[in-house]
Design a protein around this ligand. Structure first.
Ligand code: SME
Length: 160
């Protein structure tokens, strides 16, 4: 199914989950990665990293096992997003020297930062998605995931 068709219902579900005070931030992150992977066929590995000091710590994820549970700022695509304060879209990870492989099948990667709702200069974490298809991600994915990140940011900021 195309992103156009799934984006609005997914965002609506996430907004409902985030507004439920009975659900923890951890539970909402788990639901988010599961919903994204189940509804977006190009999203083969979906995870959330939280920034703690100068390190990204892996939270909930769905997809193949990864050894990259702690990533220093500046390392890999994930750490580069924080160091450059900028979302990353990589069409083919094989062209990168600064890449941390989670699976040999991965071709494309997108990282969208989760920013504090009241202070966007404060990075709380990131949504990291890998695809086995080259050039899998477009600015439409980035725009969609920015809205997902904003929803998570409100929950994370409230429960911090
Ligand atoms: N590829 C990422 C590491 C995370 S794994 O893909 C799950 C990177 O280069 O930072």
């Amino acid at each position: 199914m195309s992103l156009d068709l799934v984006a609005a219902p997914l965002l609506s579900t996430l907004h409902t989950l985030c507004a439920d005070p009975g659900l923890s931030a951890e539970r909402i992150m788990q639901e988010t990665v599961s919903l994204l992977k189940a509804n977006c066929p190009r999203y083969h590995w979906v995870g959330i990293y939280l920034l703690e000091g100068q390190e990204l710590i892996l939270g909930p994820y769905v997809g193949k096992h990864t050894d990259h549970t702690r990533i220093p700022v500046g390392t890999g695509v994930c750490g580069t997003a924080v160091a450059e304060n900028k979302n990353q879209i990589v069409a083919d990870v094989r062209t990168l020297s600064n890449y941390l492989a989670c699976s040999l099948e991965t071709r494309a990667e997108i990282v969208v930062l989760i920013r504090h709702p009241e202070d966007p200069t404060r990075i709380l974490g990131q949504i990291d998605i890998d695809s086995d298809l080259p050039d899998a991600f477009t600015p439409a994915d980035e725009h969609f995931l920015e809205q997902v990140a904003a929803c998570l940011a409100r929950k994370l900021a409230r429960s911090a």
